[in-house]
Design a protein around this ligand. Structure first.
Ligand SMILES: [Zn+2]
Length: 153
């Protein structure tokens, strides 16, 4: 028996489900982002009027220069894949026939990006692949109002 197997046999596990209801009070920046996403199907950033950074997700102040003079602006729904992961297991641990993908997308013209689902579509995913947001038809003011990002044809 290898040391790895011996260590695994000595590890005790417990399994279970945790159901957690919560209510999270949104701040000004989150309201700007999720309100525009739900009502207009657009992405919002916060532009710092001091150093001209455009933060996505938006913040109520600039994290670089601490300026509070920021402006909420519509940003591009296109960007590039910074990094991604492929999984053949669902969130509840079941084996999948087709993989799903999640990754970080740097949005064009901004200094930030979003972590979200990716779908390869007609083009395989790679780091640097240009992608666009696909919005859900039924939007409720959550991050899932963005269905996923997919490669630009
Ligand atoms: Zn700034």
């Amino acid at each position: 028996m290898s040391d790895t197997n011996a260590a695994a046999e000595q590890t005790w596990y417990t399994e279970g489900d945790i159901s957690l209801r919560y209510r999270w009070p949104m701040g000004e920046a989150e309201r700007a982002f999720f309100g525009a996403l739900r009502d207009r199907g657009v992405l919002t950033g916060a532009r710092c009027n001091r150093c001209n950074r455009t933060m996505v997700p938006p913040r109520s102040f600039c994290e670089e220069c601490f300026e509070r003079d920021i402006e909420y602006v519509e940003v591009a729904a296109t960007g590039t894949v910074v990094t991604f992961a492929e999984s053949y297991f669902s969130l509840d641990g079941k084996r999948l026939e087709e993989p799903f993908y999640v990754g970080i997308i740097h949005l064009d013209g901004t200094d930030g990006g979003l972590f979200h689902r990716l779908r390869p579509g007609a083009r395989p995913l790679e780091i640097g692949t240009p992608v666009r947001a696909v919005f859900s038809d039924d939007r409720n003011g959550t991050i899932l109002d963005i269905s996923h990002f997919e490669p630009v044809a």
